[in-house]
Design a protein around this ligand. Structure first.
Ligand SMILES: Nc1ncnc2c1ncn2[C@@H]1O[C@H](COP(=O)(O)OP(=O)(O)O)[C@@H](O)[C@H]1O
Ligand SMILES: [Mg+2]
Length: 444
């Protein structure tokens, strides 16, 4: 079988789905992603203005899954860092969605990790951090809180009255620093070790850490939390209240929250958060984006995207998916595979119809239950390879009369799952060879 994409002028599938400008990327990838990132100018400006013109801007970005919310968030955080903001991003996980305490601990850990990342970016920040760690005189409470935050993310350890920067040194690539700590100081730093960190302590640590950072010449601190919608309704309200209580009264930092559009769910604290919708990108931007993606994987870079993808089909895919990029990418990936399977050199309507059909087939097969007659027939055919209209054994296995059986076999043939041929007065049925693997993965 031909598994080669060169007939499509491709080295690999260009239509992969990934968040743009994810924060751990290296410089080169960031500039590639900047090219891929299209439009969003108005909303980006609005968010930047909201933040740069106030001390504590609070916004909830909401939109459909796959429309580009996380990428937009990454872009805004990236721009803010360049403008002298300290920004952390935390993504709610399946586990932290169920457990407020874990949520708080993970948020602290993310904070500590960002401090380490910032230290690797900036020498002056590194020096300030060093001076806090190796302080000769007694450390104040805020400095201890900052150390506690670093401790909670494993950036510093404490042993026998000494604080050590082994984790931090690894991330930042500096020699290990050691400094004395008193018993009391040690207690304060180790406070995050307690299994159930109290809300009060959590809030205090974050506020202290943020307060201290703001004195280090940052223009402001931004806390971003992605996928808030993972939280269950009750917990969502509670966590947002925690977040609000921690940051709101002091107006210490900016909050950017991201969630899927809430179908019928009440907005949380609409008096405090601005709700900004993230709409799907206009068609021409999505096309330009696909063009960039395609060019990166094209063998002959001079050939335009339209040589691979029928323009009318693109329009249809865009409309059908309401401009949601992730769904367009998913359809196009299936089409790339479809084109190879049918030995075509471009993605046209024929290829698309075929992938749609196999999608429908897949859905049909998945809907069958082991008790269904159709399931039993397919299961039988996987073992015997062939059957025929008056097959006694199949009749027994399915508990169907021969005429009912003949009807079901023809129905499965019409659906494109079985193929048949005549042999004398019999009709021989078998599973379409190109579907056998698919059937086998679903039917036992
Ligand atoms: N501004 C943009 N320009 C081009 N492509 C984008 C843009 N924003 C997102 N994408 C693409 O859209 C897809 C979904 O983006 P993502 O940010 O993960 O969406 P969400 O967080 O809303 O589910 C990704 O494949 C991403 O590469
Ligand atoms: Mg996302």
């Amino acid at each position: 079988m031909n598994l080669d994409l060169s007939k499509l002028n491709l080295t690999s599938n260009p239509f992969e789905d990934f968040e743009l400008l994810e924060e751990t990327l290296d410089k080169e990838t960031v500039s590639q992603h900047n090219v891929l990132f299209k439009d969003r100018e108005e909303i980006t400006k609005k968010l930047l203005l909201g933040i740069t013109t106030s001390t504590s801007y609070k916004v909830v970005l909401h939109g459909e899954a796959g429309v580009g919310k996380s990428s937009l968030l990454n872009k805004v955080l990236h721009d803010l860092r360049q403008r002298g903001y300290f920004a952390i991003k935390y993504r709610v996980t399946e586990a932290s969605a169920l457990d407020a305490n874990l949520f708080e601990r993970e948020l602290l850990r993310t904070f500590g990790e960002e401090i380490a990342r910032e230290a690797s970016r900036s020498k002056s920040f590194r020096d300030r951090l060093k001076s806090i760690i190796i302080l000769g005189t007694k450390r104040d409470l805020r400095q201890l809180s900052l150390l506690a935050v670093l401790y909670s993310s494993g950036q510093v350890t404490i042993r026998e009255g000494q604080v050590e920067t082994d984790g931090l040194s690894m991330t930042v690539g500096i020699p290990v620093l050691k400094a004395e700590v008193s018993e009391q100081e040690q207690k304060h730093i180790e406070i995050t070790r307690v299994e159930t960190l109290s809300h009060l302590v959590f809030g205090q640590l974050l506020r202290d850490g943020i307060g201290l950072l703001k004195e280090l010449n940052y223009r402001g601190v931004v806390i971003a939390i992605d996928e808030i919608d993972k939280l269950e309704e009750k917990l969502e309200g509670r966590l947002l209240t925690i977040v609000k209580d921690t940051f709101y009264p002091a107006g210490l930092c900016h909050l950017l929250l991201v969630m899927k559009t809430r179908n019928g769910r009440k907005p949380i604290h609409p008096d405090i958060f601005v709700y900004e919708p993230v709409h799907s990108l206009p068609k021409r931007y999505v096309f330009e984006f696909l063009e960039e993606m395609y060019r990166a994987k094209a063998i002959d870079k001079k050939k335009p995207l339209t040589s691979l993808l029928d323009k009318r089909l693109f329009d249809e895919l865009y409309d059908k998916n309401r401009g949601i990029i992730r769904m367009v990418l998913k359809d196009l990936s299936a089409c790339v595979i479809g084109a190879i399977l049918t030995d075509k050199s471009r993605i046209d309507d024929h290829v698309y119809q075929r992938t749609k059909v196999t999608d429908a087939l897949q859905a049909y097969l998945m809907s069958l239950r082991p008790d269904d007659r159709e399931y039993k027939i397919l299961s039988y055919l996987l073992k015997t390879e062939e059957t025929y209209t008056r097959d006694e054994d199949l009749s027994k296995a399915t508990e169907l009369s021969k005429s009912a059986l003949s009807y079901k076999l023809r129905d499965l043939e019409e659906r494109g799952i079985l193929v048949s041929r005549k042999r004398g007065s019999f009709r021989i049925f078998s599973i379409d060879p190109s579907l056998r693997a698919r059937v086998k993965s679903i039917i036992r």
